[in-house]
Write a protein of this length. Structure first.
Lengths: 405, 405
């Protein structure tokens, strides 16, 4: 039996124990020795749990047990997750995690410690929840020059946007409902401000580029300002509103990396990614568009992805599973203000002349009949758009429009 | 340099050579030694091709060159592809193929020869074209009990159905157009009769079950009988018509495996898979639904998938890459006539009473105003449905309805 330990018996951690238990016959078909959870590390006791006898409170018990070959870090947050992961890897124990915050901050360092100690640092569950995504990028698309990734990467905000669109409710009300259902956290900032999506697109871009994209360098804009009038404008434009994480490779070899709400045309496969689902559209120079779709969060989908990593590590005991992410090579991103695109803008109807002055007369008019003048600009840089929009007095909101290809 | 040969310099074969050439810098990042195409086997000469000097006509030249480690079999058809592949594997040369006909017929035998000779038989490109699909099933979902696969697996028929729906043209006209554009073959039988989809779902079910599903045991129904009236009925039912390959695990452990046109509700992610794209929805017991989407055919996407296999083999020279597909264990499928589902049926309006007699009065009526009585049955077995439909005189067409979950 290959012995493992699970750090943190919360939603994902308890899911990992359950997946390993319920699907053990399937897993043992692949890993003939079998995989056993020997310890569960948590501050709490779980007297009602069938796994209560495995619970320990002292990490050293796990670290000093030479039987332990793989650890699942499902605690979240930077500390003590970072210290625990580092200590395990330094002992040659592989670590599988769902902790995107830690991966975005310390991924390449932990990968390199793993390499040094002939074990692996794996994080499939940190992006796209249960969707097989990072492993296919590393093992099935390594022959592709990936030039663009466009992803719905956060289930909470996608749920809120889907509900707002379907039910006509406003943002605060829908957020409250999502919190009541457990789809949004009590402090929803990381989700609604786009930070969670920003971390995930930083991880994806790092894996694609082989260098390191710092989360701090990713332009992040959230969904808190989106109103029913914006959804109406999106419908007039033939689209829906989605919070996207995007990385795009420019001709100069630099990536533009960002998170923001976009109007997505109904023809795009991303338009049908609704509720808590995630969808990640990847463009390669030979394969064209491929998309990966599934539940981006939730106990069992996320746990399933952690267990996929555990199985991979179990098949590779004593070996490093290669991941090309160089911490010493920080990617210099393209300046965000040079990004080009179209923008949907809503202003007061009496600013029509001012719009013509600023954006010319060839804007695509969506609505000029309801007291509001709603239009889509031609292609502009972010800087140009900001300058021109600043010349208008009554910009109610503006949302970027996703290019068709 | 790792030396390779390409068998067949047609659409896919020439694409493989081009992908290896154009993306060599990317590939060399993964395979440090580099990958070189030393030979191209074809009956023809290609005096205009930049690769003309690599062309040979005698397979023994390739087989007897000890430098050759990997062969790409992009000839299609059973012979000589089978003999060529077997001979290579027996010499310890890995074979990567896009040949679904051969994989469906001889996959497990060739895998087992590969295993015996410490090399690999790889066929990512045989199902879903460029979509990373088989490798994620084997390496990212091995912890899942996969209970259902529902796939749009044939680009030609999906293009025809998409055009018929959008343009209101009939089947023959749309097929002719698809042939003119090169999307359909001169002899379109394998595509339009569902055989191609049938082979692919047989391969998928084999990989999932670990046993062997014979193509001959797969129920196959094509799209040649679909009319505009059927599309109209599908719209009334809130759906679209798609040719699906389905495998579903029953409670008795047997799979139902089939190919047929289905009415797919617009809520399903499969409903937006249009034109030549493929989409494969996989249901696992823990991960729930995941979908893989992309171009299911075409020179570069298919070639890209072959090259993904080549890279995998290049990283594993002298080793067998495990694929669990047992040729000695033929899967006994569930009897097709026991399958349960709903059916959309179109009959003459004056058979309304006969419909009530056969199917009861609680059928879902879609239309009773245009001279036609169009309805959806309750859930029935295939046998029950066939019996009841036989009691009606004027069944114009019937199409199965995909269950929501």
């Amino acid at each position: 039996m290959i012995q493992t330990a699970v750090l943190g018996f919360g939603t994902v951690g308890s899911g990992v124990v359950e997946v390993l238990d319920r699907n053990s016959d399937k897993i043992n078909g692949t890993v003939r020795e079998g995989i056993n959870v020997k310890y569960i590390l948590d501050l709490r006791e779980f007297p009602e749990s069938p796994y209560r006898d495995k619970v320990v409170h002292d990490y050293d018990v796990i670290l000093n047990d030479p039987d332990i070959k793989i650890i699942c870090e499902t605690m979240g947050g930077k500390e003590p997750a970072y210290t625990f992961s580092r200590k395990a890897l330094e002992k040659g124990i592989s670590v599988c995690t769902s902790n995107k915050e830690l991966v975005a901050a310390k991924g390449p360092e932990l990968i390199s410690i793993a390499k040094e100690h002939n074990c692996s640092y794996m994080f499939e569950a940190s992006v796209g929840g249960g969707i097989p995504l990072l492993r296919p990028i590393v093992t099935s698309l390594e022959q592709e020059k990936i030039t663009k990734v466009t992803g719905i990467l956060n289930g909470t905000t996608n749920y809120i946007l889907t509900k707002m669109d379907a039910e006509g409710a406003d943002f605060d009300e829908t957020l409250g409902e999502a919190q009541a259902k457990g789809y949004a956290e009590r402090n929803p900032e990381a989700d609604v401000e786009g930070y969670d999506t920003g971390r995930k697109i930083a991880i994806l871009t790092s894996l694609i580029s082989g260098g390191t994209v710092k989360f701090e360098d990713v332009y992040c804009e959230g969904i808190a300002k989106i109103t029913q009038e914006d959804f109406r404008a999106a419908r007039l434009a033939g689209g829906v509103i989605k919070l996207l994480g995007i990385c795009e490779l420019g001709e100069d070899g630099r990536y533009t990396v960002m998170t923001a709400p976009f109007i997505v045309g109904r023809e795009s496969p991303l338009a049908m990614v609704n509720d808590v689902y995630n969808g990640i559209l990847i463009h390669g120079n030979m394969v064209d568009d491929v998309m990966f779709y599934g539940q981006g969060a939730g106990r069992y989908p996320t746990a399933s992805a952690v267990v996929a990593d555990v199985v991979d590590c179990a098949r590779n005991i004593g070996k490093w599973i290669p991941i090309d992410w160089d911490g010493s090579k920080v990617e210099e991103l393209a300046p965000f203000f040079e990004r080009k695109g179209k923008f949907m803008v809503r202003v007061d109807i009496d600013e029509r002349a001012a719009v013509a002055m600023a954006f010319g007369t060839s804007v695509q008019v969506l609505d000029a009949a309801t007291g509001e003048f709603t239009f889509i600009t031609g292609e502009l840089t972010e800087k140009d758009f900001a300058d021109k929009a600043a010349s208008l007095k009554t910009v109610r909101n503006s949302i970027r429009v996703l290019a068709d290809k």
